[in-house]
Write a protein that binds this ligand. Structure first.
Ligand code: S3P
Length: 191
């Protein structure tokens, strides 16, 4: 296969792809992602921030005034832009893999790292809840988190590396992802 064909089929080695961090709200994608990008001297992008820039309002306000569907549409565009170049770490919104189109873009164009955490830890990390439109109105936020995790189990099935961050500092999370990523780079240069 020529290099161009490889690129077209999305068959690039993991180390040649941008790194995408996926997972539920509050698992530490943004803080670990920033640390990881810094350690690799890669660019850092966050799909929530890209959507906010494109629309000109906060995520919470987009949900309130334009609805979740419009947010999801913008999120797909943001992901496409974010994955268009290598040497990037991309933190993704927790609901981004809800769409098959996004799951495919991740599968074909990113080295996908899934972060997880216990529901109780997630609750501590997502406060203040008013910035989280899908949790803000819940009478019992912990139960809501558990229910959503259950509902979303299937959307987080596809990844290249996974890590439970419940008891880890973001710097440690970044260090562990970096260790894994270096082995991918090593495998590539030897294979
Ligand atoms: C969402 C997660 C949020 C943000 C929006 C919806 C979700 O991103 O995209 O509030 O559906 O889980 P974070 O995971 O970065 O908090």
């Amino acid at each position: 296969m020529t290099a161009a064909t490889l690129e077209e089929t999305g068959d690039k080695a993991l180390a040649d792809r941008p790194i995408a961090l996926i997972g539920f709200m509050g698992v530490g994608k943004t803080s670990a992602g920033r640390n990881l990008a810094h350690a690799l001297a890669y660019g850092f992008l966050d799909t929530d921030r890209l959507v906010e820039q494109a629309v000109g309002m906060s995520v919470a306000r987009i949900f309130r005034t334009q609805g979740e569907l419009e947010f999801r549409r913008q999120e797909t565009l943001a992901l496409r832009e974010a994955l268009s170049k290598p040497r990037r770490v991309v933190s993704t919104g927790g609901g981004l893999p809800l769409l098959e189109e996004n799951r495919r873009a991740l599968r074909e164009g990113a080295a996908v790292v899934l972060l997880t955490a216990a529901p109780e830890v997630i609750l501590q990390r997502v406060r203040p809840l008013k910035r989280r439109p899908l949790l803000a109105q819940a009478p019992d936020p912990l139960q809501r988190i558990k229910d959503m995790l259950q509902e979303r189990m299937d959307i987080y099935r596809e990844y290249d590396f996974a890590l439970d961050t419940s008891e880890l500092h973001p710097r440690k999370v970044a260090e562990l992802i970096l260790g894994w990523y270096r082995t991918q780079q090593g495998a590539q240069s030897h294979g």
